[in-house]
Design a protein around this ligand. Structure first.
Ligand code: PHE
Length: 384
């Protein structure tokens, strides 16, 4: 497993500890420490470790870029990163710590919707702006006026996959296998079903699993009996990989479909050939030939020797959007940063142009990818 502590993050964590040694009051924006503290919470370890590792790499790269160009308001941004271990209960703990003992002016995170939903009420209550890079469940930003995201939401993503399976692939029937313990999975399943049936498709089976499950044979056996043309699996890569494997072992050969939660460098290592010919929607493709994407992919590769995935690109954009808002606010006052975030218009990010709408969401195109010869391959871009 790769080391998530980039040299920069390691140094800032250490610097943060040294700085706070012996002082018990978090600095306010009137402090003269010369840095602007931004908090980040991410799943750097645990079941969705690649989500947090990737978003953190993108975020750290953006912060370093901003600092190399002089920082904002004449100060450097100091990123203070906390690992929530992909575990319920941890987001609340680490975000409380970032706000009350580190004194951050804003927070970046999380990728997974359930974890964003856990921490958002704390940010809202403390009036500290939170920007989620990648949480797509609509309820995340509904928590309050301090909660933002730089990605599209699941009513759109679910409709994109419903239209793709119905209109492009001409599926007549589908089954749904969702993670009933995940806000993301439950929501995305609902929007997919709505779109698929609205267009005349028929959902022949709906089965549930739970985060961390390893055996899906009961659900897949039930689905097999209903003989669907395809199965929609709005889950995260660890379970999706196992579901694909077990489906094929049970002789269920129809394609599986899903959303952004599939995207991980660990998906194919888990699911292997069982995933060939399956499709999922996501936010960006590193194969995009636009100069913004090419430049980002190169910079990221130079630093980490890896191709950036969607979470890396969204993590990068979330940090850029926040820095831009602090600049326009002309202040590190949290209420002013909030207002500036809300006023974000046509900001050119790696994942597209970002305009924050009245509900603090970003309306952006989705990308459909397929798995071919063990690689993610670009299929098409769908505009909102
Ligand atoms: N959209 C997912 C969620 O809300 C998280 C995710 C985003 C996962 C992008 C992978 C890529 O839970």
């Amino acid at each position: 497993m790769r080391d998530w502590r980039t040299p920069f993050a390691g140094t800032t964590l250490l610097a943060a500890c040294v700085f706070f040694a012996g002082c018990n009051k978090p600095p306010s924006d009137t402090d003269t420490s010369g840095v602007i503290k931004v908090g980040e919470y991410a799943s750097l370890t645990g079941s969705e470790a690649t989500f947090g590792q990737s978003s953190h790499q993108g975020t750290a790269l953006a912060i370093d870029d901003i600092n190399a160009a002089g920082g904002v308001l004449g100060k450097k941004i100091q990123l203070i990163t906390e690992d929530d271990q992909s575990q319920a209960g941890q987001p609340a703990t680490v975000v409380r710590k970032l706000i009350s003992s580190d004194g951050v002016v804003a927070i970046l995170g999380e990728v997974a919707s359930s974890r964003s939903l856990e921490a958002a009420p704390i940010c809202q209550e403390s009036k500290i702006p939170m920007v989620s890079p990648a949480s797509t469940n609509p309820r995340v930003t509904e928590v309050g006026d301090y909660i933002f995201r730089v990605c599209f939401i699941d009513p759109f993503q679910g409709t994109v996959m419903a239209n793709f399976t119905r209109k492009t692939l001409k599926l007549k029937t589908a089954a749904v296998l969702k993670d009933a313990s995940s806000d993301y999975s439950v929501g995305l399943a609902k929007y997919f079903v709505a779109g698929f049936t609205a267009d005349g498709g028929k959902i022949v089976a709906e089965e549930n699993f739970s985060h961390g499950d390893k055996d899906f044979s009961a659900q897949l056996t039930a689905i097999k009996a209903d003989n669907p043309d395809g199965i929609f699996v709005p889950g995260y890569y660890t379970e999706v990989g196992l579901i694909a494997l077990q489906a094929r072992q049970l002789g269920v050969m129809v394609p599986l479909f899903g959303g952004d939660g599939w995207e991980s460098a660990s998906l194919v290592p888990i699911g292997g050939k069982a995933l060939e010919g399956c499709y999922f929607s996501t936010h960006y493709s590193p194969d995009d030939t636009s100069p913004v994407v090419r430049n980002f992919v190169k910079k990221f590769h130079d630093r980490y020797q890896e191709t950036p995935d969607t979470m890396a690109a969204l993590g990068y954009d979330s940090a850029l959007i926040l820095a831009d808002a602090i600049k326009r606010a002309g202040s590190t006052d949290a209420a002013k940063i909030r207002d500036a975030l809300a006023a974000t218009r046509d900001f050119q990010g790696v994942t597209g142009k970002i305009t924050i709408d009245a509900n603090r969401n970003a309306s952006k195109p989705a990308v459909i990818l397929t798995i071919k010869d063990g690689q993610f391959q670009y299929v098409e871009t769908v505009a909102p």
